[in-house]
Design a binder for this molecule. Structure first.
Ligand code: F0G
Length: 547
């Protein structure tokens, strides 16, 4: 079909003939396989995969049939968990009653157990109905409900802040917010429309999308160490406290709440320290501003605190999680990550916290939204059996032996990639390894060649799926000019599903990537065939290799 891909297929095939070089392992995994899934395809079918990639999927990793991946599918760690036998057993006992099913009560008790007291009413004084736990079918549905109802409340405020920024803002911060304002359509800038800002260490893209959709400004305040790519700094997920303090000091009426994503997915899966969490609490309390987590990977974040922050090495993960969550007024969570489940999401708001004090009537809005969009609040778009699986998953995810094995595996995978000469974000985060595309090509690849897409395409031919999160995913095109993301991000993410693969599987991904690294000058450019100017274009576009 093509000389270049033939060249790589020959290399991938020859590599399979090399004798296996086993690493040394001293500790067995803390679990054993209880069910396995045989592949429906063979690693040797390189030409077949190339055919599907080019002719069916248009080089788009999202559009490639999962059943044709014989190696590791590292597209996402979300909903891709292998569930435990205990979870499967719990599912068999699912209660599919329409209202107040058994799993709902179990989950309420589990939330108190995992996240600490004060979150939910375990006396069930209001029967099977909680005004602090709102269930949704996944994380982004919880985000959508939250920002839809919040925007409605904000419109009702007696005085709304107009889009003229204070001169008291730090110049660089002001410029960043102003450039976001300037990129809004003219119609919105020229009116007196309210302008609210939602800061975070870094918003995930669905959170950002939901905030923008409700006409608010998502603002990322990552710490200096992260921006400077400091590889020695162990908490690169932290927020920049100086910028947060300044923002609240001069613009607090614009900031309905402050967010922290734990771990910081967009910034490389990097953890946030307890010290940073505590200081954000101090700052937000001083200004009466509610403080929330996007808590998808809360247990992984707690593991990093235990390992790397002074004073935590002898504390249990559960104790650390309780302390983390004692600092906040609410959180939303995709239970497809550290819920160890295949589906599920929730919004949880502290009954006596700053958010309900600031918006005392908002809870009814969330419940009404649930009833209109998801179902009765006691199941929130989820089968009763899934609630049981989530409840059991939340029990397992805080076990230290599970987290040691989980994050240890991701770190070993990252180290092997590094040893093979593949540049990655260091230190390695909790759920994924991020390959630095700019460094990989040593600055020789033209932006519009989208070589990150070519990389993911060649990896699919090799038998593994990874995902471009860089110039194509975050850049944009107006029909004439391509604009790269600002600040520039250009990564390929290899997200590791929980409890799904063994190290040897991941090391075979490293081998395929090493072949690409050894022959990086032969990696072709790609041409965008469809969708370059679309929103969320990386999910929909089609490409071809340029020869
Ligand atoms: N917040 C974070 C930090 C996430 O990583 C995700 C999803 C969501 C919110 C949305 O949750 O998928 O249940 O609707 N992240 C996935 C990923 C998709 O691959 O990183 P969801």
């Amino acid at each position: 079909m093509s000389d270049t891909t033939d060249f790589f297929i020959e290399k991938f095939r020859r590599n399979l003939e090399v004798a296996d070089e086993s690493p040394r392992y001293f500790r067995p995994r803390p679990y054993r396989n209880a069910a396995v899934r045989f592949r429906k395809c063979s690693i040797d079918d390189f030409e077949k995969r190339r055919d599907i990639l080019v002719n069916e999927a248009g080089l788009n990793a999202f559009l490639f049939r999962a059943a044709m991946i014989p190696g590791c599918d590292l597209l996402s760690d979300s909903g891709t968990t292998t569930m435990t036998m205990e979870q499967w057993a719990a599912m068999m006992l699912g209660d599919e009653s329409y209202g107040s099913n058994e799993g709902y009560f179990e989950l309420i008790n589990r939330i108190e157990d995992v996240f600490g007291t004060g979150w939910v009413d375990t006396s069930f004084a209001m029967g099977g109905y909680s005004d602090s736990l709102f269930l949704f079918h996944q994380g982004r549905a919880a985000e959508n409900a939250f920002f839809t109802i919040l925007a409605r409340e904000l419109r009702e405020l007696p005085e709304v802040p107009v889009p003229v920024l204070s001169d008291g803002l730090m110049p660089e911060l002001k410029e960043r917010i102003q450039s976001k304002l300037d990129s809004l359509p003219e119609r919105r800038r020229s009116t007196d429309e309210a302008m609210f800002i939602i800061p975070s260490n870094s918003h995930f893209d669905t959170t950002q999308g939901n905030i923008e959709d409700k006409r608010m400004i998502p603002l990322n305040l990552p710490c200096r160490e992260h921006l400077e790519k400091n590889e020695e700094f162990l908490f690169r997920g932290n927020m920049d406290l100086e910028e947060l303090e300044n923002l609240l000091a001069v613009e607090k009426e614009r900031v309905p709440l402050v967010y922290l994503t734990i771990t910081n997915n967009t910034g490389g899966g990097q953890p946030v320290s307890m010290e940073n969490i505590r200081k954000i609490r101090e700052i937000t309390s001083r200004y009466g501003t509610p403080f929330f987590f996007d808590a998808c990977r809360f247990a992984e974040n707690a593991w990093f605190i235990r390992k790397n922050e002074e004073g935590y090495s002898d504390k249990s993960i559960k104790k650390i999680v309780h302390e983390m969550f004692s600092n906040i007024d609410g959180f939303h969570i995709s239970l497809k990550k550290d819920g160890l489940a295949n589906m599920g999401g929730a919004l949880v708001i502290r009954k006596d916290g700053a958010f309900y004090k600031k918006f005392p009537h908002i809870r009814e809005g969330f419940t009404d939204y649930q009833i209109m969009a998801e179902g009765h609040p006691t199941y929130g778009g989820l089968p009763g059996r899934d609630l049981k699986a989530i409840s059991e998953g939340l029990r397992t995810v805080t076990h230290l032996d599970y987290l040691d094995a989980r994050i240890g595996q991701v770190v070993r995978f990252g180290q092997k990639l590094s040893e093979s000469g593949i540049p990655i974000i260091n230190p390695v985060g909790g759920h994924a390894v991020y390959i630095d595309v700019d460094k990989f090509f040593g600055g020789t690849a033209a932006d519009e060649d989208f070589k990150g897409i070519a990389f993911t395409g060649l990896m699919l031919i090799a038998g593994h799926r990874v995902c471009e999160l860089g110039l194509y995913a975050f850049g944009s095109y107006d029909g004439k000019t391509e604009t790269p993301p600002s600040p520039r991000v250009n990564y390929i993410r290899a997200a590791v599903p929980r409890l799904a693969y063994e190290d040897r599987d991941l090391f075979s991904v490293v081998e395929a990537a090493r072949i690409l690294a050894d022959n990086r000058d032969r990696i072709p450019a790609v041409e965008v065939k469809y969708g370059r100017a679309l929103s969320l274009r990386h999910f929909k576009s089609r490409f071809d290799f340029k020869e």
